[in-house]
Design a protein around this ligand. Structure first.
Ligand code: DQA
Length: 152
């Protein structure tokens, strides 16, 4: 199973960025946990992890992995609320996508309540801090194992 993991803008500053909202763990900590969980899985899982502050770069990475990835985990960060381009890229590759957020976007400012991405995702996991990523990886493995039928 090849799983593409994408982190959007400003997530490279996790640990320093508003720790009261996003916690104290760094992006390197999150990626290390993902790698550890993937390695501990009984399934053969390869993760390809990228972070970008640039919308077009995220679009390119998604498209470039159309033939490699079996599924995509993405925290689009602020682009969640603005990016038709990332949504279109995700629709184009037509792979199972899980949208991730550290915070509960519905408990925050109103402009964060709308996601352009959710409609093209099989599901959304948010509000659990860095554990959102662990839950999302577990859900993706099950989806790819066809154990979990996403409800549409
Ligand atoms: C975020 C929530 C977004 O609203 C915000 O712009 C982010 C991070 C989260 O993980 O909680 O950058 O995606």
């Amino acid at each position: 199973m090849n799983i593409l993991v994408l982190h959007g803008p400003n997530l490279h500053l996790l640990g320093k960025r508003q720790p009261e909202i996003y916690g104290h763990q760094t992006l390197a900590d999150i990626n290390a946990t993902l790698d550890r969980n993937a390695a501990a899985s009984p399934h053969e899982i390869t993760l390809k992890i990228s972070q970008s502050n640039h919308e077009g770069e995220l679009v390119s990475i998604i498209g470039d992995n159309i033939d490699w990835a079996d599924g995509i985990l993405i925290n689009p960060a602020a682009y969640t609320h603005t990016s038709v381009a990332i949504r279109d890229a995700l629709s184009t590759v037509a792979l199972p996508v899980i949208e991730i957020h550290l915070s509960n976007i519905y408990a925050r400012e109103e402009f964060r309540h709308h996601s352009y991405i959710s409609a093209v995702a099989v599901g959304v996991i948010g509000g659990f801090g860095t554990h959102s990523y662990t839950l999302a990886l577990e859900a993706m493995i099950q989806i790819l194992q066809k154990k979990l039928e996403p409800s549409v």
